[in-house]
Write a protein that binds this ligand. Structure first.
Ligand code: KIV
Length: 275
């Protein structure tokens, strides 16, 4: 789409994200899956581009994230890396990897950086993942921990219900976030929890929080690009669309089909025909 020098030294780092938090500047994050979208949001000023395993639903037409493999995320991370100039590229660790033995999980985290080109990796975590986070960070893999609603557990949860609604589960999420940050996670993504809980976690941590459906009190916000652009018909209730491109795309698809059927497509439109 656009060409620009790709200078790795200009890339946003985990340290830059911490500085933004300390200055009280909101961190802008987007989950997306291809080079075109990466370039679009990088140019718009996003600090973080997440190659989320939401690609299972949005790209592959799957019901959830369970079928997304390490190879899929590596492939899409390469694409996003190619489109990103400045933003920090984060790969999602797919289903099950964070629960495998630590050596296998560490290898998967490394492949996302070495083969995909990710700057860091996000993993859905409970306190069980603390040893893995410690080891990964020691090995040089920056980790973003994902707490609150963990979409990879959707089949156990029976969907995507809001988490942390009662005092006990809120306390568990707060403690998990704290422990993961202490283990070395450079940021904690907090998904689909009450606004007050998003704010409390943010105040208690010394690393940035990135919220999705967790209120405005987080250090930054993330949404899925499809939802931002209004491309997806099935959006979570907290996802605010900033355009309705899905409606325009459907109209363009119908207009194209109609034009082909009526013999109006095959050359340039008269206004753009060069002599
Ligand atoms: O997979 C994804 O896109 C995500 C975001 C919803 C945070 O994890």
């Amino acid at each position: 789409m656009y060409s620009q020098t790709r200078d790795a030294s200009r890339r946003v780092t985990a340290t830059d994200l911490a500085k933004l938090r300390d200055k009280g500047e909101a961190i802008i994050a987007v989950s997306l899956h291809d080079a075109w979208m990466a370039e679009l949001f990088d140019r718009a000023g996003a600090h973080i581009l997440l190659v989320g395993d939401s690609l299972g639903m949005l790209f592959q037409g799957q019901p959830d994230t369970v079928g997304v493999t390490l190879e899929h995320i590596i492939y899409h991370t390469r694409a996003v890396r190619a489109g990103a100039s400045r933003a920090h590229v984060v790969s999602d660790l797919p289903f099950l990897w964070a629960s495998r033995n630590e050596d296998a999980a560490l290898e998967a985290l490394g492949r996302l950086m070495q083969e995909g080109g990710a700057d860091s990796v996000k993993l859905e975590a409970t306190e069980r993942q603390i040893p893995l986070v410690t080891r990964a960070v020691e090995a040089g893999i920056p980790i973003m921990a994902h707490v609150g609603l963990r979409p990879q557990t959707a089949r156990t949860l029976g969907g995507y219900p809001r988490q942390g609604r009662d005092a006990q589960s809120a306390a568990t999420i707060r403690a998990t976030a704290q422990a993961l940050a202490q283990a070395g996670a450079y940021a904690v993504l907090v998904e689909n929890v009450p606004d007050h809980l998003g704010s409390e976690i943010t105040q208690q941590l010394t690393v940035p929080t990135i919220g999705i459906g967790a209120g405005v009190g987080c250090s930054g916000q993330i949404l899925v690009a499809h939802d931002i652009l209004g491309l997806s018909e099935r959006t979570p209730p907290f996802a605010r669309p900033f355009a309705e491109l899905g409606i325009q795309a459907a109209a363009a698809a119908r207009a194209y089909a109609q034009a082909v059927s009526s013999g109006q497509v095959g050359g340039r439109p008269p206004s753009t025909t060069r002599s």
